[in-house]
Write a protein that binds this ligand. Structure first.
Ligand code: FAD
Length: 811
């Protein structure tokens, strides 16, 4: 066994084997994999091993496409061929028009990444899958590349190729401890000796938290028992003359594929069962949980009704094994929050289909710092601090119960809520707030007209349309108040704070006390990494001179890791997170200044407190820090208040606001208004797949600066010209917004992809943002949007349709 290597991958299931192989593909051959037993002895060996292409965003579809291409290539390797049924096809069934709407959207999204799903009716489903009845069936989504693979052969093939490229695999070598050294390197302690390395990867499957504990980390991953059975032969299969396509049923929660001349049926029962919450028997190796078919009778009946042939078919084998889930159903693939040189590839619930792609994206992140796709939907830092065993298990149960039911726009499922609240949460609930969830925070989405108001789940504009319109109107003509909780706020102190930030931001950000600026941070490839406001606070009785770095709620762990990694050893810079201590009250509208002047001493005139100012003050008797910034495009103030004083500040503002007709508003009104201003959202429109020039952020980049993170790479990219361009579009439709991922077409060719879409209530326009081929970026350029299966017109318009010269927000 080596005593030193570059990377140690812990775990020899599909996750570990794929990571090892792809590290060698990215050029790192001094890498090892350590497995406590034999390869595939965790979950992988007993997987149903279906390989599908469906995903709800382009990153997921793209990584699955990579798996499929890789597995096909492996299966055709004459030296070590493996069993892969490639391209049997698969159908995701639907029994409602709303599900069909969703499939049409996902087909539009996948088209942009050159994956071609087909939306088919019930008769066509039955034609392609001769065993199914069309009873209570509207149609389905056809995925031509679905298939299944031999999981053990797949892992052996990946390990074999990795070994040939120089990697080593140590079997029967349990990792028993991890030590990180001052220089951020690691020692991996195994039962057979220590291995020093630069980087560790946790690919421990259902033992993820045993490995996590060795580095003092709890990962939000829980295991569920999951069962399938194999049937005796079914004559109709042999008679069909072709292999049966895969089936996925959101009505009765089962899946099905052909196995020999019978079927394999797997179940996601409502009466489901978490596994291993209090620890896992160390001898649970190559093992299964006891069969328990009684638990799945609810879904079994649906499967029998859909495939009547099952009623005359015997069951050959039952398999019940642990399968891992995270709190939003997507795996955790990337850097481990708060750690250096530590990565994970865990929480895989469809790891056979996805594992090839996940290992590919992880290896790119390890070797190059970033992957070819924006991997935020997989990033382990997307959950922050509220994800203990209970919450993770509650979300895992909910996700398991809804396995084949995709999320609709504005859908926030109830399990594990409320996780993060402020003193205002119950107050806003009593005012009729409908809550959305942002990184665990309960945030008011809009205020319901009545307690019975429950908009339907739809890809069309829903019944909240007019409610949001009224909130926008109140802000535009008077004044509104909203709570924005969980906003990421990092206090930066120390003599070198400005020089530090100057190195990270690609533009000039104000250093003047009392002023606020907006800027962008790039990664080392010159791509957009983060967006932040910087507010410079002078020394006061509340603290020394300091900068408040503010960014999206979900960015809390992501941004602080990035900032920490870039502090030089000789720099006087300290970071402190205020995210959980402070909440923002947004006061917006032409009468916002009047309300503020009534509750806070001092001169709030335009001259004394112009746009982009920051000042410490009191709102009534609540200490507050007020910034003159606006996401709505109206005159607005962000009022940052310590949570202990939040209710006091809220009451003071409500009371003062009464005379001015102050109304509460929520996140959906903000979304509509920000699109009318052309403002971008982190991880919707600000992605690591595009540089700041492609994203239209030219005025925030200063190439004349001697240096900033990402500058050399950005210079090289500039020389090559733009590959894509960010545009604002007007969509010629009134029934539905453009949905993220939707494809823009010209003459049957995809020319762009939507990132955001919403109705602009002040401009009466259906607005969308997109990245398009540069040839389609000029004002007035026309194309078509594949909107839920229909082609509708899309025209490039100027960004910032509402008050383009920003005179309103300047007050
Ligand atoms: C019944 C069932 C059916 C499924 N069907 C499908 C399907 O059809 N399609 C699909 O895509 N997915 C399916 N899955 C899910 C898929 O099988 C898993 O996502 C995948 O196998 C997980 O792989 P992994 O590498 O993450 O974990 P594992 O396979 O569990 O591998 C983790 C490895 O880490 C090792 N390890 C743990 N701790 C240590 C340590 N301290 N030191 C060294 N090694 C350690 C373990 O021994 C193990 O070998 C199914 C799962 C189940 C249970």
């Amino acid at each position: 066994m080596k005593s030193r290597t570059k990377v140690v991958v812990i775990g020899g299931g599909i996750a570990g084997c794929s990571t090892l192989y792809h590290l060698t593909q990215e050029g790192w051959s001094d890498v090892v994999l350590v497995e406590r037993n034999e390869l595939t002895s965790g979950t992988t060996w007993h997987s149903a091993a279906q390989v599908t292409n469906f995903g709800m965003n382009q990153t997921m579809v793209g990584l699955k496409t990579h798996s499929i291409a890789l597995y096909k290539e492996l299966s055709e390797d004459p030296d070590y061929p493996i069993n892969y049924h490639h391209g049997d096809g698969g159908i995701r069934l639907a029994n409602t028009q709303e599900q069909m709407q969703g499939y049409r959207h996902f087909a539009s999204m996948a088209r942009g990444i050159d994956v071609h799903f087909e939306v088919i009716d019930a008769d066509e489903c039955a034609r392609r899958h001769p065993l199914i009845s069309t009873e209570n069936l509207v149609g389905g989504l056809w995925d031509p590349l679905d298939g299944d693979i031999d999981p053990a052969q797949l892992c052996q093939a990946l390990a074999r190729r990795a070994r040939k490229a120089g990697a080593e695999v140590y079997r029967n070598t349990p990792v028993v401890g991890l030590t990180q050294h001052k220089d951020d390197t690691w020692t991996v302690h195994t039962e057979h000796g220590d291995i020093d390395c630069d980087i560790v990867v946790n690919a421990g499957g259902y033992r993820v938290n045993e490995v996590g504990a060795m580095m003092g980390v709890h990962h939000p991953v829980a295991s569920m028992e999951h069962q399938y059975f194999l049937t005796e032969d079914i004559p109709a299969i042999a008679e069909a003359g072709h292999r049966m396509p895969l089936l996925r049923c959101p009505i009765s929660d089962y899946y099905c594929r052909q196995e020999k001349q019978g079927l394999l049926l797997g179940f996601y029962e409502q009466d489901c069962k978490p596994w291993g919450m209090d620890g896992i028997d160390p001898n649970f190796v190559n093992a299964l949980c006891p069969d328990d078919l009684d638990r799945v009778t609810d879904v079994l009946e649906g499967a029998f009704a859909r495939m009547p042939a099952l009623m005359e078919t015997g069951i050959r084998t039952v398999v019940n094994g642990p399968i891992t889930y995270t709190i939003d159903g997507a795996p955790l693939v990337g850097p481990i929050p708060g750690k250096r040189n530590a990565f994970c590839i865990i929480g895989l619930r469809a790891g056979l289909g996805e594992g090839g792609g996940h290992g590919w994206l992880l290896a790119q992140q390890i070797v190059h710092g970033e992957a070819c796709y924006d991997t935020w939907c997989l990033d382990p830092r997307r959950f922050t601090g509220h994800t203990n065993v209970e919450l993770t298990s509650l979300k895992a149960i909910e996700d398991y119960q809804n396995e084949f039911r995709f999320h609709f726009p504005h859908e926030h499922r109830p399990a594990g809520r409320p996780a993060k609240t402020t003193p205002l949460t119950p107050i806003l609930a009593a005012e009729g707030a409908e809550f959305t969830v942002v990184n665990g925070w309960e945030r008011a989405d809009y205020f319901k007209p009545s307690p019975e108001f429950h908009p339907s789940l739809s890809f069309h504009f829903d019944e909240a349309f007019d409610v949001v319109a009224n909130e926008v109107k109140a802000i535009q003509t008077g004044v509104g108040l909203a709570e924005v909780n969980g906003f990421n706020r990092i206090e930066i102190t120390g003599a070198d704070r400005h020089a530090f930030l100057d190195r990270l931001f690609c533009g000039t950000v104000t250093k003047r006390d009392g002023r606020v600026g907006l800027g962008y941070l790039l990664n080392h490839h010159g791509m957009v990494k983060a967006e932040a406001t910087v507010a410079n606070l002078p020394a006061s009785d509340r603290g020394p001179e300091r900068v408040w770095y503010g960014s999206a709620a979900a960015a809390e762990f992501h941004d602080i890791d990035w900032l920490r990694q870039h502090i030089n050893a000789d720099e006087d810079v300290q970071l402190k997170s205020l995210t959980n201590d402070q909440t923002i009250l947004v006061l917006a509208g032409p009468k916002a200044r009047d309300v503020l002047s009534h509750v806070s001493r001092g001169d709030w005139s335009k001259e004394a407190f112009p746009w982009l100012s920051v000042r410490e003050c009191f709102i009534g008797f609540a200490p507050a820090t007020v910034m003159g910034v606006s996401f709505s495009g109206e005159l607005a103030y962000e009022i940052h208040v310590p949570n202990a004083s939040l209710y006091a500040a809220y009451l003071a503002l409500r009371q003062a606001g009464e005379a001015f007709g102050l109304k509460l508003f929520g996140a959906r009104a903000v979304e509509s208004m920000r699109m009318e201003k052309g403002f971008l959202h982190w991880k919707s429109d600000l992605l690591t797949e595009f540089d700041p020039f492609e994203t239209g952020l030219d005025r925030f980049v200063k190439m004349q600066k001697p240096d900033f993170v990402g500058k050399p790479a950005l210079e090289a990219r500039q020389a090559e010209g733009l590959r894509k361009k960010f545009v604002v579009l007007e969509i010629d439709a009134t029934h539905a917004p453009a949905h993220p991922g939707g494809s823009l077409m010209d003459d049957g060719r995809v020319v762009g992809t939507i990132t955001s879409g919403d109705w602009g209530h002040r401009t009466s326009k259906n607005l969308a943002y997109a990245f398009v081929d540069p040839a389609y970026a000029d004002l007035g350029c026309q194309m078509e949007l594949d909107l839920l299966g229909s082609a509708v017109g899309a025209t490039v318009i100027a960004p910032g349709q509402y008050d383009p010269d920003h005179s309103l927000m300047r007050g």
